[in-house]
Every structure is written in structure tokens, then in C-alpha cells.
Design a protein around this ligand. Sequence first.
Ligand SMILES: Nc1ncnc2c1ncn2[C@@H]1O[C@H](COP(=O)(O)OP(=O)(O)OP(=O)(O)O)[C@@H](O)[C@H]1O
Ligand SMILES: [Mg+2]
Length: 251
Amino acid sequence: MAAIVARLDGVSLQYGERVILRNCSLDIVEGAITCIIGLSGAGKSTILRLIDGLRRPDAGHVYLREHDICHMPERELNEIRRKVSLSFQFAALLDSLTVGENVALPLREHTRLHDDAIRKIVLDALESVGLGSTYDNMPSELSGGMLKRAGFARAIVTRPELVLYDEPTTGLDPIVTHLITDTIVRLRNKLNGTAVVISHDLQSIYMMADYVAMLFEGAIIAYGTVDEIRTSSNPLVQQFLEGSEVGPIPI
Ligand SMILES: Nc1ncnc2c1ncn2[C@@H]1O[C@H](COP(=O)(O)OP(=O)(O)OP(=O)(O)O)[C@@H](O)[C@H]1O
Ligand SMILES: [Mg+2]
């Protein structure tokens, strides 16, 4: 059986009075790309923040490997969090630094590598997202899709075990979306790692996902391979995939 890299176990979380997650459980399987789908505001980004230890749940447990990170002291948590990388929905490069310098930032922060070694690793990371020639460019010289990929290079430059992508293709044209989706798959293969991707783009999900999890009203109500999800008899899943106004999902 495949190992579990991250696990939400009966997690509940609310913001003020508003319940976002209610007894929510999800296993992230090692080596797989797991896509999380669900309505806007359902709590998808919140799940990534829980896995990355940026938020703690009100109840339940969050595990990275065998470590329960919910009650872990900050210092120990920071150590474990190095193996996880979150690529934010609106990840931005710093305008005042070159692309290469931006991608190097996590290495400068977390390692004592020399400039030559850093340059080599950064170039390799940029090449793996098809941006080898942009090392000396300023971010303002890159297109939106290139900036996204440069953000990915920065997210994977420390070779994390688990990469979390929050809406990596939102707002991009179909061709760039295809390229970004392909890049996520290639990075997973290169790192021999695991990825969680939040996406609203069904084409892209069908292309990359090993598993799909649907979040609805605070819990994962469906989980399976792309084929299992597409042929699911769950009316919530069918309505969501069809984008229909008619069905059990309140509009
Ligand atoms: N720090 C916060 N304080 C209060 N409410 C918050 C906070 N962060 C998120 N929320 C609310 O919690 C709900 C879930 O947010 P979250 O960002 O996880 O949703 P999402 O599924 O990622 O949505 P989207 O598809 O729009 O990105 C939303 O209604 C949001 O407004
Ligand atoms: Mg979100």
C-alpha cells in the first residue's frame, strides 16, 4: 500500500461563527497528484494552509508523515515544514530582484550553500520549468505564465517532498494552462515527490490527477481516481462536474 505523506483526520475549523471544515478527513498518497475540487469559498485553500502548518485546526489532527503537527512546538514544526512547499494562489516574485535571485531566496534562507552551488541549483530549477534562459531577467520582463512557472521553480528549489499548488492555472489561457499542468506533472516526476493541486480547471485535472477529492460543506464527500470521480453516481459530484445549476448543490 502506498505511504501517506499528509493526513487530515477529523479536522474541524471555523472562522468566527462560520464553520469551514467539519470532521474533514483526507489522505494524501505518496507519489500521487491529488486534486481538490469544490465551490469557491468551500475551504480548499484552508486545507493547504492546514497541511503546511500555517493554521491549526479547532479539532482533529493534521499529520505530516507520522508527525501530528497540530500540537508541535514552532521550532520542530518549522523543521518538518521544510519538506513542504506551498505555491500560493497569488504568488509573486519580488520586482527588485532578478528571476534567478528570486528563485534562490529559499536556498539563501535555509542553506549555507555558496553562490556557485546556488547558481547551479537555481539554473536547474529554472530549466525544469522551461525557463533556463530567464536567469538574469527581471520579473517585469516575463509573461503571466512564465511568472507562474518561475514561482514553481522557487517552490521546488529546495526539493520538497510535497508541493501544494493553489489554483496554478486560474486566469491563464488554454495553451499556458496546458503548459503549467504539464510542468506540475514533470516536477512531480523530477522530485519523485507528491503534489496537491487546487483547481477549477477540469481539463487540467483530468490530465494530471491521480486522485480527485471533492470538498463540500466542510468535508470530503468524494474521493477516487479521475475515472472513478467522472463516473461517480454521487449527484453532488455529477452536478459539480457538469457545472449545472440544477441539482442538490444550493446556488
Ligand atoms: N483569515 C480568515 N478569516 C475569516 N474568514 C476567512 C479567513 N480565511 C478564509 N476565510 C473564509 O473561509 C472560507 C473558506 O476560505 P478558503 O480560502 O479556504 O476557500 P476556497 O475554497 O479556497 O475558495 P476559493 O475557491 O474562492 O479560493 C471563505 O468563506 C473565506 O471567506
Ligand atoms: Mg482558495
